[in-house]
Design a protein around this ligand. Sequence first.
Ligand code: XIL
Length: 359
Amino acid sequence: MRGGVSRRTVLGAAAAGMLMPALGADAPLRTLAASRGKLFGCAAGSYQLKDADFAAALVRETNILVPEYELKRLIVEPEPGRFDFSGADALAGFAANHGMKMRGHTLIWYAANPPWLENKVLHAPDDEILTDFVSRSMGRYRGRFHSWDVVNEAIFPDDGRPDGLRNCAWLKRFGPGYIDLAFHTAKRADPEALLVYNDWGCEGGEAWNDRFRSATLKFLEGAKARGVPIEALGLQGHLNGYGPPIDQKKLRLFLDAVRAMGLAILVTELDVDETKAPLDSAVRDRAVADATARFLDVVLDNPATCAVLTWGLSDRYLHKPDGLRAALSGYSPRKLPLDADLRRKPMWSAISRAFTRSA
Ligand code: XIL
């Protein structure tokens, strides 16, 4: 065929058009995200896969999963040298069977560790207690995971260090370089995975968030200058539906600075706390949706944002808080996109609109 468009190209384009229906307002979040070249997903536990309705909702709405707790050291290495990846394997198998991606959370953290770990870290004769776990966990899924939260919550300006780092056992034993070591080890363990530094203090509009954001930028700039292979920033996104509103201008400037360093951005654990809300669920749902929109509208405006994950898909598996108020009032949390009956809530609509508003 000379000069014109080949018949194969025309037929291919027509078929593609048929396969890509116009994205209606009720299109699944995974479809809306994909239409902008992004991912939408959530945290899950392997036990939830036994709930057929819930598993169907995961497949309908998400295209990336993260284990809420089954890749944390507390679960993976309950005793020194004894490893259990069964939960994460089940989730990874489910994701693979349904054409979904997986991400890992988390490798080096001050929390969710087995009781024996801290003392071993503080008295470690060498850095194997860090490097072996990173290599083993990432090596098991090498080439299969979209990304890993290599280090979680290492920044905490209120600990008073000039570098703004959290004074955790890892830092006490190995110095600030433990973070660099973790990321260099991760790069060797799975060169294909996006390596993420994940934290929780950069979203809000209060003075302590300002300190958190500046400490985070200072940390990331220093790491990049040292050649540390940090490739993305994970914003956990644990928002407060009844706290001081997010300062969108401050968040936008912060994310622009992150992007200017050449980093990708992920929202890794989005949910909205509404425990201080009146009991009326419509009022709570509105506050949750408004906080979600205020946050995602800024985050998804930034081209470096590649994924949004909520910290669960449905309220069905959220723990009811202890306490008399909850018991007497029958309060149960409404922090996530679907309600306990898997119905889409205003938060779901806020995420849907955020993916489509500036498409
Ligand atoms: C939380 C889980 O949701 C809880 O089930 C668990 O008991 C404790 O950890 N930041 C993180 C997440 O990076 O791993 C935490 O998840 C919430 C705070």
